[in-house]
Design a protein around this ligand. Structure first.
Ligand code: SAH
Length: 400
């Protein structure tokens, strides 16, 4: 038996051809599954009966099963899915009052990047998700919506590093953005990456219009090496060069994500250094006050500290948003729900790249000490300008 969603789109057409069926049947099948939310071949009433049973003999549509569904008061819903090999992943539906219906999906079981404040990486990487498993998350989330509603946006910000699973991700997004597929506009897809330069360049060359978000979290390599161990073999310079290439190739402004962690990367010196690093680039900084993870020692800064950080970035000429937290009641930080339920399952074959010790104070000082504030630079603007419009319309929310 094969996973039908792994076969979209061309391979299914050849399979149909071998059975003397016209290619348009592939479109019909896609319509039933992606648009009409049908789960069984038997229900695909415009297909010949014999074809329906041939399909049922060869394919399954779902390889995952819904283990739990949590809903927060703000409409955010989080699903825990169990895959065929009993691994578990999370995906989230975000609703807002602008009728955006955003799917947040995972790309890997676990994560190998080892970011020190992130729940997903605590057990290391288990495996990549297949194209079908990526699409299934979208289908599960789509089916939470009432008949008249559809998914409008995708954020690839769940568990895992998307650019480490780029082939499967591109295949799944091709179906998601196809007008014959889920019909979600490519410009409404955001891929969030830890910053793998080769992957960013590949994405730039892929001829797609996806929005790229880079998880920076620190203004210099000394601090970033501590917070994001994957940085040690890469460095901020190479990431920014790849990001500049992405912007030049696609014309799409890059978002830099920055998780604010109390006493670690939230000081005025960090804000000034970040502004200096990004000055002159068409960029948006998305500040994310840390979503605390119970196993980890890091804390969320006080609101006044966040405001000060915003103000300093704006003074430094940088567009900035603070990302609203959604779904706090439902353990919406990536990987949290999976971790809580995972005591009963085995996982984490490849350990995290770092010990998970708290960041030592000396590194905090080092980042501050190396940075010099340059007063008197031109102040360009405000945090009101963002992806295509005013701040109210533009903030995209995500579950972190
Ligand atoms: N590997 C991708 C996707 C990770 S999740 C990446 O690094 O971008 C999406 C975002 O959530 C990333 O910016 C990640 O650093 C952030 N994140 C992870 N754990 C978090 C936490 N506990 N609180 C706030 N943001 C977190």
């Amino acid at each position: 038996m094969d996973h039908l969603l792994d076969w979209f789109p061309d391979r299914l057409e050849s399979w149909l051809g071998e059975r003397r069926q016209p290619a348009y049947r592939a479109g019909q099948i896609r319509q039933w599954i992606l648009r009409r939310r049908v789960d069984q071949f038997e229900q695909m009433t415009d297909l010949p009966k014999q074809l329906r049973s041939q399909l049922a003999d060869q394919f399954f549509i779902w390889s995952s099963r819904l283990l739990s569904r949590q809903q927060a008061d703000d409409g955010t819903e989080k699903l825990l899915l169990e895959l065929a090999d009993r691994e578990r992943i999370e995906c989230v539906l975000l609703r807002d009052d602008r009728h955006h219906r955003t799917a947040c999906i995972s790309t890997q079981v676990g994560c190998g990047m080892g970011c020190r404040f992130c729940a997903s990486g605590l057990g290391g990487l288990v495996r990549n998700l297949s194209t079908g498993e990526l699409l299934e998350q979208l289908l599960h989330l789509d089916r939470l919506l009432p008949a008249g509603e559809r998914l409008t946006h995708i954020v690839v910000m769940g568990m895992g590093e998307p650019l480490a699973n780029l082939d499967h991700l591109l295949a799944a997004l091709a179906v998601a953005t196809d007008s014959q597929g889920l019909g979600i506009g490519a410009r409404r897809v955001t891929i969030s990456t830890v910053g793998l330069p080769a992957g960013i360049v590949r994405l730039a060359e892929a001829g797609v219009q996806y929005h790229l978000a880079i998880s920076l979290h620190a203004p210099d390599d000394a601090l970033r090496n501590q917070l994001v161990p994957a940085n040690r073999s890469v460095g901020i310079k190479a990431i920014l060069e790849a990001a500049d290439h992405y912007f030049q190739t696609t014309g799409r402004r890059i978002t830099y994500e920055y998780v604010l962690i109390e006493g670690v990367n939230d000081q005025p010196c960090h804000a000034r250094a970040l502004a200096a690093l990004l000055r002159g680039r068409k960029a948006l900084v998305n500040l994310i006050p840390l979503n605390p993870v119970p196993e980890l020692p890091y804390r969320t800064p006080a609101w006044a500290q966040v405001e000060r950080f915003v103000q300093l970035l704006q003074t430094g000429g940088i567009n900035v948003h603070v990302r609203y937290r959604k779904g706090d009641q439902i353990e919406a930080a990536c990987g949290q729900l999976r971790r809580r339920t995972m005591e009963t399952v085995s996982f984490g074959r490849e350990g995290p790249k770092d010990s998970g010790e708290p960041i030592p104070t000396s590194h905090r000082q080092m980042a501050c000490g190396t940075e010099k504030h340059t007063p008197g630079r031109t102040v360009q603007l405000s945090g009101q300008e963002a992806e295509g419009g005013s701040s109210g319309r533009n903030r995209f929310t995500s579950v972190t």
